[in-house]
Ligand binder design. Structure first.
Ligand SMILES: NC(=O)c1ccc[n+]([C@@H]2O[C@H](COP(=O)([O-])OP(=O)(O)OC[C@H]3O[C@@H](n4cnc5c(N)ncnc54)[C@H](OP(=O)(O)O)[C@@H]3O)[C@@H](O)[C@H]2O)c1
Length: 307
């Protein structure tokens, strides 16, 4: 592997993946939405990995036109052999993009869908990786295919204050469904695509737009009103979730995505979902061919592609 593109690489897990792959000698295209944060990331990675080969790409992944333009620039330059779609956020359901889409859906699902669908047919040999989330928690809440735009927030369930977290979870389940459907469509090519849960990680910026949400979610886990997540990287037992500091840091979250990018063991493996370097099953509703096709076709319409 010589060239990796990583979205959401200006903070948290994405930056840790970029640092790790740069340290392994790959040229890394760091995708971020702000020149200032891109430069700051470059300085931090260069300080940790002297001589790191970095390319900076600015794109606001909430905007479909910017995702399309990013894909065009990537294809016009040195072709990547790894593309890691990692950018995501948790935000209020009233936050919309200029395309009239919920921002959480646009950044977390439609951007990877549009970017990877745009790139895949033009890559000869590549590993595509989508950073999703905990398959055990997500297994309990199937994607609501009749309301992808969250136009009726009541369908997300109770309590009301956790709905942004439930909507985020829906988009992360879409990541898994997209991986399976894209892998099915890429079968027989030398382009693979896999999903990964990085772990429940501390010190990232994921819910910075909703500062109180993390504490509410942790309290819901603690009180048992949310069933506990599955086994997490960096731990031996399922998460007890006592204090926030129990959570491992971004380097732990970066381990499996970075491993998927370069490890010999996963050469040719496609359409799988990984936790802690192991392929795991995700819920049947994320692999059901008809459901995945419905999501694929609806997403195509939303981004302006033919199904
Ligand atoms: N942290 C966890 O516990 C956890 C658990 C399960 C899954 N994950 C997954 O891990 C991945 C990384 O999350 P993280 O925890 O490292 O969060 P993070 O620190 O907030 O990193 C997210 C990255 O996405 C970028 N991003 C957000 N909105 C964007 C937009 N509109 N356009 C371009 N880039 C945008 C952010 O850019 P800025 O720097 O400009 O904000 C940041 O670089 C996500 O896919 C998340 O769902 C995380």
């Amino acid at each position: 592997m010589t060239h990796a593109v990583i979205t959401g690489a200006t903070n948290g897990i994405g930056e840790a993946i970029a640092r790790r792959l740069a340290g392994e000698g790959l040229t890394v295209t760091v995708v971020g939405r702000s020149d200032e944060r891109l430069k700051a990331t470059q300085e931090r990675i260069n300080a940790a990995v002297p001589g790191a080969e970095l390319i900076l790409e600015r794109a606001d992944l909430a905007e479909l036109a910017e995702v399309r333009a990013l894909a065009g620039r990537i294809l016009a330059g040195p072709k990547p052999d790894v593309v890691i779609s990692n950018a995501a956020l948790v935000t209020g359901l009233d936050r919309m993009t200029s395309d009239g889409l919920p921002r959480v859906l646009a950044v977390n699902h439609l951007a990877p869908y549009l970017l990877l669908r745009s790139l895949a047919p033009h890559l000869e040999r590549a590993r595509l990786i989508v950073v999703g989330a905990d398959p055990v928690s997500l297994g309990r809440r199937p994607v609501d295919l009749d309301d992808l735009l969250f136009s009726d927030p009541e369908r997300l369930g109770e309590p009301v204050e956790l709905r942004p977290f439930f909507a985020y979870g829906q988009t992360k389940n879409m990541n898994a469904m997209f991986v399976f459907e894209l892998a099915r469509r890429l079968a027989g090519t030398s382009v693979t695509v896999n999903g990964v849960h990085p772990g429940i990680i501390s010190g990232t910026g994921l819910s910075r737009e909703l500062p109180g949400l993390g504490a509410l979610v942790r309290e819901a886990f603690r009180s048992g009103s949310l069933a506990p997540p599955g086994p997490q990287p960096g731990r031996r037992t399922p998460l007890g979730w006592t204090e926030p500091d129990d959570r491992p840091a971004a380097d732990v979250g970066a381990d499996t995505p970075a491993w998927l990018a370069t490890a010999q063991e996963v050469e040719g493996v496609s359409g799988r979902f990984f936790v802690d370097r192991a392929a795991v099953e995700t819920a049947p509703h994320t692999t059901d061919v008809q459901r995945c096709e419905r999501l694929w076709n609806h997403s195509a319409r939303l981004v302006g592609f033919d199904a």
